[in-house]
Design a protein around this ligand. Sequence first.
Ligand code: AR6
Length: 172
Amino acid sequence: MPIEALQTDITTLDVDALVNAANESLLGGGGVDGAIHRAAGPGLLDECRALPQVRPGVRCPTGEARITGGHRLRARHVIHTVGPVWRGGGHDEAALLASCYRESLRLAMEQRVASMAFPAISCGIYGYPPERAVPIAVREVRTWLGAHDAPVRVVFACFGAEMAALYREALG
Ligand code: AR6
């Protein structure tokens, strides 16, 4: 199945599942998280709030993922994942980021999604350098799809031409 990079606002995509670059509270924020919550409407926040806390204030630890409905989005599902905050690269950031992609794909496959879109997890407010994050995203998606023989169309939704160019280079 094709993996492609599109320069677009992720909320406009007609795919079965959108991945959200959330924070551990899952109660919304800025960036793509804010855009997804605005487009999905208040039902998404209500559903997130009802998810169990694994410790006070934490519904999804960094590197993990949780799934909800899409509410007013065209997507049927939102997969919320929490990327690492970039702290120079020596704090397990690469492994945690890779885990976000794998865990999101695992939840998507459980729901039998045929198409899904990822934002550039951690590359905004969390400060992960895109030139380091993009090859991880591409490698994890490729490896995972290859290993699971999953017929899933994956879109990397890129905010801006520079990000789209990085993905296209990594995709080859
Ligand atoms: N469509 C596609 N990509 C987008 C969109 C959009 N509508 N909006 C932003 N981006 P960020 P993070 C890009 O900051 O770094 C939130 O407050 C953006 O240009 O959204 O993982 C959460 O609640 C960048 O390339 O996510 C967390 O607290 C990428 O999406 C924190 O931000 C990710 O940027 C998570 O930070």
